[in-house]
Design a protein around this ligand. Structure first.
Ligand code: AQP
Length: 337
């Protein structure tokens, strides 16, 4: 039986976090046997807001090495760098011409991120990439005809947009794209900021204490978890609305132990926040030590280039076939009917 296809990527805006691991990478690894996976480093998305050249290069290399260190297998999944497959940008333009500005203005992430840019530098300068990036994301997806797109909660609206654009193109031009469904993990689709647990843990946060990077120094990680915001109740109970900090620690523990929230609550019954933090810390540290050991082996070898070449070749075959079909259907190839 043919495997179902999945596609996903992680933006190279910073150092990959525990949120990226639990919400994305851990699931990619789990699903790579069952699905035909296309996983890329979203470096074109990485330049949406200003970023130093050397920082970007470093983020790309680190991300790829971390994909492998976390367990993605180049013999199972097709792993590549987004900008190596020029069809992503080409399709993004064609989709842009079939998208309304109103649809993009409504995106919650655009509203959030554009208001942050304004607040940070006190000007009205908003990079147009912030508005347009969901269209590039739609292209990233539709190019590969996946049945499923694994995403965290915050990306749901963008998947909806990709579906709308795909459906619009299909009804305008004929059978162009497979319309994908989103795949959201039941648990861990939104790991929260350690200092402000009303927000998502984010790699581009200006406060390093608010996130755990997979390559963080182990002592720093312990300190970050120790100083994670909780509440004064000293009751280990999952209640996202009233106890977001504690609920976040419970979620992290459950995801890393592969147990349910109820099992975690049961485990910590009658214990205090000190114990909760200590045990969460032990789990995170064990995970990070394993990842960091593998990362060191990979980053210092020439495996990365070899694997990427292999991944890009496979991705290119699918992407070039699709872009040709799109160009023909849109009428860009004057020789084709
Ligand atoms: N905190 C999170 N909890 C669960 N899942 C998360 N993801 C990201 N943060 C969390 C999931 O990881 C995948 C790749 O996301 P991304 O890095 O491309 O973009 P993002 O969602 O915008 O993540 P960041 O860290 O907040 O990026 P920046 O700082 O650049 O804006 C997605 O599946 C995402 O849901």
């Amino acid at each position: 039986m043919e495997k179902k296809r999945m596609v996903s990527g992680i933006t190279s805006t910073g150092k990959l976090t525990l949120g990226n691991y639990i919400g994305a990478l851990k699931n990619f690894v789990k699903l790579q046997d069952e699905y035909e996976m296309f996983i890329f480093v979203a470096n074109l998305h990485g330049i949406t807001t200003p970023i130093e050249k050397e920082v970007l290069k470093n983020n790309i290399k680190q991300s790829i090495a971390l994909y492998f260190a976390c367990g993605l297998d180049p013999n199972k999944a097709t792993i590549f760098i987004q900008s190596d497959i020029s069809e992503h940008s080409e399709l993004a333009w064609i989709l842009t011409c079939n998208t309304n500005i109103g649809e993009l203005n409504r995106m919650t992430q655009f509203k959030d991120k554009s208001s942050k840019v304004k607040a940070n530098n006190g000007t009205e300068y908003i990079p147009s990439g912030l508005l347009m990036y969901p269209v590039l994301m739609a292209a990233d997806i539709l190019l590969y005809d996946p049945e499923l797109v694994p995403v965290g909660k915050d990306q749901k609206q963008h998947i909806e947009l990709a579906r709308s654009i795909g459906e619009r193109m299909n009804s305008k031009y004929g059978n162009m794209f497979v319309i994908p469904e989103e795949y959201t993990p039941k648990l861990g689709s939104k790991i929260l900021d350690l200092q402000d647990p009303t927000k998502k843990m984010s790699k581009s946060s200006s406060n390093p204490k608010s996130y755990i990077a997979l390559l963080d120094n182990i002592d720093e990680v312990k300190k970050k978890i120790k100083s994670a915001v909780t509440d004064s109740e000293n009751l280990i109970k999952y209640d996202l609305e009233n106890k977001p900090g504690v609920s976040n620690l419970i979620t992290i523990y459950s995801c890393l132990k592969n147990i349910s929230i109820e099992q975690t609550e049961q485990h910590f019954l009658g214990k205090d926040y000190g114990i909760l933090k200590e045990e969460v810390s032990n789990e995170v540290v064990n995970l990070l030590m394993t990842i960091q050991k593998k990362y060191e082996e990979i980053i210092n070898s020439n495996m990365i280039d070899e694997y990427l070449e292999k991944g890009a070749k496979k991705a290119k075959i699918v992407a070039s076939k699709k872009i040709n079909k799109v160009k023909n259907l849109v009428g860009l190839n004057y020789k084709r009917k």
